[in-house]
Design a protein around this ligand. Structure first.
Ligand code: SAH
Length: 246
């Protein structure tokens, strides 16, 4: 999907940001200029393609989604660095490579219906939304869910629905899903998520205790409903919390 279709308001938002060249008497930027364009291309080449992500649609989506608009203002200058960043409330936006890897492992198709557990900033949702028909995403913390929903709306992303709730239970009313991406780590694969995965579907999920090593798993369900699990790489995600904690 083209950037201008999904992000028609990006350029307006960018124009509202400080623009150093204005102060230095340089020519006014055109509406099409994005101050982070070069940094984003470099991120894709050096952090993502160089580490083996090959799906050209994933690389294109990572090149298009303005990651700096998903982090707090004071973190924007770090938005394209090779690391996770804080998004407030003790939560983080994943390292760009991990977002790309999870998206590639899910093998998204334009007709797919997807579920994400752990909306956070909405960045992973915006990337995956470029590559599927419809994405449902659940966030436990209401302020983050509200902010991500507003942000995706402002950026013109129309095929994502954000809900505030406990994603351990999945999203029964909208199930089954071709893809389930979980971006917070439980210590076991939640059975409701396995149930809500379509035959032929793919789930990408980090599993493990917080301080122990977590593993990123790719779980595929065959057409007979049997699952096959592959350990992909060790990862470190914030824990998947339950709605009834605290
Ligand atoms: N995908 C996000 C980053 C996720 S950080 C992004 O692109 O920015 C993990 C998120 O999972 C946090 O926002 C956390 O609040 C949320 N979370 C933790 N437990 C959850 C649960 N049970 N259900 C839904 N969201 C949960």
């Amino acid at each position: 999907m083209d950037l201008t279709t999904r992000f028609p308001f990006v350029w307006l938002i960018l124009m509202a940001l400080p623009w150093p060249s204005r102060c230095s008497g340089a020519p006014e930027p055109s509406l099409q200029q994005d101050p982070f364009d070069a940094a984003r291309s470099e991120m894709v080449t050096e952090q993502i393609a160089a580490r083996g992500i090959k799906d050209s649609n994933v690389l294109k989506a990572m090149r298009q989604v303005p990651r700096h608009l998903f982090v707090p203002m004071d973190e924007q200058r770090h938005a394209y660095e090779d690391r996770p960043l804080s998004i407030g409330y003790g939560q983080t936006i994943s390292q760009p490579y991990i977002v790309a890897l999870m998206t590639e492992l899910a093998r998204p198709k334009p007709t797919d219906r997807a579920l994400e557990v752990g909306t956070g900033s909405g960045y992973q949702a915006a990337v995956l939304a470029q590559l599927v028909a419809k994405l449902f995403t659940i966030e436990l913390l209401k302020p983050l869910a509200d902010e991500a929903s507003r942000r995706l709306h402002e950026l013109g992303v129309q095929n994502v629905v954000v809900r505030n709730g406990d994603g351990y239970a999945g999203w029964r009313e909208e199930a089954p899903f071709d893809i389930i991406l979980v971006t917070a780590a439980p210590d076991h694969v939640p059975p409701p998520l396995l149930e809500q995965l379509k035959p032929g579907g793919r789930m990408v999920i980090p599993v493990g205790h917080v301080l122990d090593a977590q593993e990123l798993l790719l779980i595929e369900k065959d057409t007979a409903g049997r699952t096959r699990t592959e350990n992909v790489i060790p990862v470190r995600f914030v824990p998947l919390r339950r709605g009834d904690e605290e």
